[in-house]
Design a protein around this ligand. Structure first.
Ligand code: S3P
Length: 441
């Protein structure tokens, strides 16, 4: 797909459902008793992989009028899959399901596409094996395909070396089946959807500082879930609204959970003209104040509408505990930094190297090809803003977030930006290009 400069982006937008929450809705609904109803489910390729895997384990999942119905079969109601479970491009499907499969009474094999099968799985194999699971990396390289033989599990306390919600969730989900309490301490707080949602499904999950613990429940109980819009998808339009001249975008119903909203804090720190509207119509300019307020009044996931306008931005430093709260947004934040005055430094983000692609190298290479001044470092990037971008051919290694980032770069650069593998946006945001076109002046 080819992109050329736009003179502005204007209008309202409803972002598709949160990917992390959509996955978990299907997984926990499958393990619950009764019918779980999911409103706002993200029908991207990743979440469809999760649905297909659970269907292969005997779970009835139907869609009617845009609502997904999952007929749960209880904690011990999954059946032996007849074929290899195809996890596609989805790390969340692979790692969270590995935790669940560790506690079953059967053997199952998980395998995905080339990118997925090269991502590190030792990070879950290690703690799940400590709990008693038998997991074989079939090529012996610590990656998928993974052959998982469920075993009786024992609860552990795991000190995770990485701040990863997928690792934390894999261990807590195995903890559903373990004897005794299972807990995970992480070096910085990663997204907490598993903890919030398992709690609402009836499990006893507690969080204290950086430690989450689960006591194995008798049962999980079906829920009606309203999936908020995905802040990781909204991020492309937040950045587009800030850097494209003459823009004003109102993005509705976005999840602003504090373990996910780091991009908004960074935008504020860079001087962005950004504001938030709560469900009563009150307007706020400080995301921390708003999310703190909403957390006190809602048990689940806080949401808000976001208004972004073209802004003069300045560079910033992004490091430490905020990194897990914006990890998936760093590619588009790197683009944002190209349009800010001064230097932006991203540190402590070595996890970016093991996402759907090596996002440090791929971002730095592709931004440099468009004329940006970017240096890739061991754990992030240094970006000197203010150098105009020009179009070129961009190959995204089929990484959806890289493709969406460069579409936004393309509408803010001279000449033509040709994204060679643009179809990969289907992984998380199938209507991305239509939404971008609709807002374009
Ligand atoms: C996710 C966790 C994050 C994130 C991914 C979704 C989740 O991965 O990058 O897109 O749903 O738990 P890590 O846990 O590997 O950081």
């Amino acid at each position: 797909m080819i992109f050329t400069r736009k003179t502005g982006l204007r209008g309202e937008l409803t972002i598709p459902g949160d990917k992390s929450i959509s996955h978990r809705s299907v997984m926990f609904g499958s393990l619950a008793q009764g019918m779980t109803e999911i409103h706002g489910f993200l029908k991207g390729a990743d979440c469809l992989s999760t649905i297909n895997c659970f269907r292969q384990m005997g779970i009835h999942i139907e869609e009617s009028n845009g609502i997904i119905y999952v007929k749960g079969n209880g904690l011990h109601g999954l059946s032996t899959p007849e074929r290899i479970l195809d996890v596609g491009n989805s790390g969340t499907t692979t790692r969270l399901m590995s935790g669940i499969l560790s506690g079953q009474k059967f053997t199952a094999t998980l395998s995905g596409d080339e990118s997925l099968n090269s991502r590190p799985m030792k990070r879950i194999i290690t703690p799940l094996s400590m709990m008693g699971a038998e997991i074989e990396s079939m090529n012996g390289d610590g990656c998928a395909p993974l052959k998982i033989t469920g075993k009786p599990l024992k609860g552990i306390h795991y000190n995770s070396p990485v701040a990863s919600a997928q690792v934390k969730s894999a261990v807590l989900l195995a903890g559903l089946y373990a004897e005794g309490i299972t807990s995970v301490t992480e070096p910085a707080l990663s997204r907490n959807h598993t903890e919030l949602m398992l709690h609402s499904f009836g499990a006893s999950v507690t969080t204290e500082g950086l430690t989450a613990s689960i006591t194995p429940p008798e049962n999980l109980y079906s829920q009606k879930i309203l999936v908020p819009g995905d802040i990781s998808s909204a991020a492309f339009f937040i950045v587009a609204g800030l850097i494209t001249p003459n823009s004003e975008i109102f993005i509705k119903n976005v999840g602003i959970n504090p373990t996910r909203n780091g991009i908004l804090k960074v935008c504020e720190a860079m001087g962005a003209d950004i504001s938030y509207v709560d469900s009563s119509g009150n307007t706020y300019n400080d995301i921390t104040a708003l999310s703190d307020l909403l957390i006190q009044s809602t048990a689940g996931e806080p949401v808000a509408d976001i208004l972004v306008k073209t802004s003069n931005l300045h560079g910033t430093v992004i490091e430490g505990g905020i990194i897990p709260t914006l990890i998936d947004e760093l590619p588009v934040i790197a683009l944002l930094a190209c349009f800010a005055d001064g230097t932006t430094i991203i540190k402590d983000a070595q996890e970016l190297k093991v996402k759907e692609s090596n996002r440090i190298d791929l971002m730095a290479d592709n931004l440099k090809a468009m004329g940006a001044h970017v240096t890739a470092t061991e754990d992030g990037m240094i970006i000197e803003g203010g150098h105009p971008l020009h179009g070129t051919s961009i190959f995204c290694k089929y990484d959806h977030r890289i493709a969406m980032t460069f579409a936004i770069a393309g509408i803010n650069g001279d000449g033509e930006t040709d994204i060679l593998d643009s179809e990969c946006v289907n992984v998380s945001y199938p209507a991305f290009f239509e939404d971008l076109e609709r807002l374009s002046l």
